[in-house]
Design a protein around this ligand. Structure first.
Ligand SMILES: Nc1ncnc2c1ncn2[C@@H]1O[C@H](COP(=O)(O)OP(=O)(O)OP(=O)(O)O)[C@@H](O)[C@H]1O
Ligand SMILES: [Mg+2]
Length: 288
């Protein structure tokens, strides 16, 4: 089922920059979708449309088959939560607890329900021990988690994140991605995430959309999209590193590959089966 439908939207900033040039995209309920594209391709602009922060100058967006125009802004904010790239743009309350409580408070919920939601959201992102800490005293990665908690406390059906791994160390990247995967697979939250980290896509995401110069160039599974290396290059992107290595082995070392493995797991499976094949080949020729 399509939960969000973007239909031919266009957007022009005040200075005349035409940032979206007719973007169409179907987002399926329960999927984990990556929006991949080079700097300035329109990812942030598109994400800001998905919860109504920006309004398109042309085209429309449908949420659960109903046009955005049929919802109030508050209804959209409740259903589609957005996490900005820079946590400092999002956090504003003095303490972690107050920041996460801000959304539920605005919904007019009872004190006990607010407390329950804040506890639940902070637990989900592993930040409950920091509830009383000052926001300014958190690390960058912790701030990102608090931002996600603030959005989760609204219990959104859809979570939109703008480069959530940007500025994190490798362990921080893995930990945020594992959290997002859990929110998606265990809690059924539809996730749309803009990223430049191409290596993450085949490991965590179901589908990806490639953005280039204000348009969507291609949408599909990682296998479908990354099978067209020329198009990836055209969009100023690269294949995942492991796929690049396998491409070199295929083109320069004549490794027979029908499809390029995209993850370490897939590459390992292929290489181990080749090595085992060769070993048994050597053994049998020795026996003969
Ligand atoms: N506030 C603004 N005013 C004018 N132009 C803007 C504004 N914000 C973005 N743009 C322009 O719109 C285009 C798309 O920008 P956007 O931020 O959506 O790209 P992006 O894909 O998110 O890039 P990045 O990977 O650098 O985050 C760019 O040409 C950019 O210069
Ligand atoms: Mg951006």
């Amino acid at each position: 089922m399509v939960i969000l439908q973007v239909r031919n939207i266009q957007y022009r900033y005040h200075d005349g920059t035409f940032a979206l040039r007719g973007v169409s995209l179907d987002i399926h309920k329960g999927e984990f979708l990556a929006i991949l594209g080079p700097n300035g391709s329109g990812k942030t602009t598109l994400l800001k449309h998905l919860n109504g922060l920006l309004k398109p100058v042309g085209g429309e967006i449908l949420l659960e088959q109903k046009s955005f125009t049929q919802y109030t802004s508050r209804e959209i904010f409740q259903k589609v939560g957005i996490v900005f790239q820079d946590p400092n743009d999002q956090l504003f309350a003095p303490s972690v607890w107050e920041d996460v409580a801000f959304g539920p408070m605005n919904l007019g919920l009872s004190k006990s329900e607010i407390a329950h939601r804040v506890d639940e959201a902070l637990s989900l992102v592993g930040m409950k021990p920091y509830a009383n800490k000052t926001v300014d005293a958190l690390s960058f990665g912790q701030k990102k988690r608090v931002c996600i908690a603030g959005v989760l406390a609204m219990r959104p059906a859809i979570l939109v994140l703008d480069e959530p791994t940007c500025g994190l160390d490798p362990a921080g990247v893995t930990s945020i991605m594992m959290l997002l995967r859990e929110l998606n697979s265990k809690h059924g939250i539809t996730i749309i995430m803009a990223t430049n980290m191409v290596d993450l896509v085949p490991v965590y995401m179901d589908r990806l959309a490639i953005m280039y110069q204000g348009n969507i160039l291609r949408v599909g599974t990682p296998e479908e999209v990354f099978s067209n290396a020329a198009e990836i290059k055209y969009a100023c992107l690269e294949l995942p590193q492991i796929a690049q290595l396998m491409q070199v082995l295929r083109d320069e070392e004549c490794l027979p590959l029908d499809t390029l493995p995209l993850t370490i797991g897939e590459a390992k499976k292929f290489l181990v089966s080749r090595l085992n094949g060769n070993r048994s080949g050597t053994a049998s020729s020795l026996i003969v």
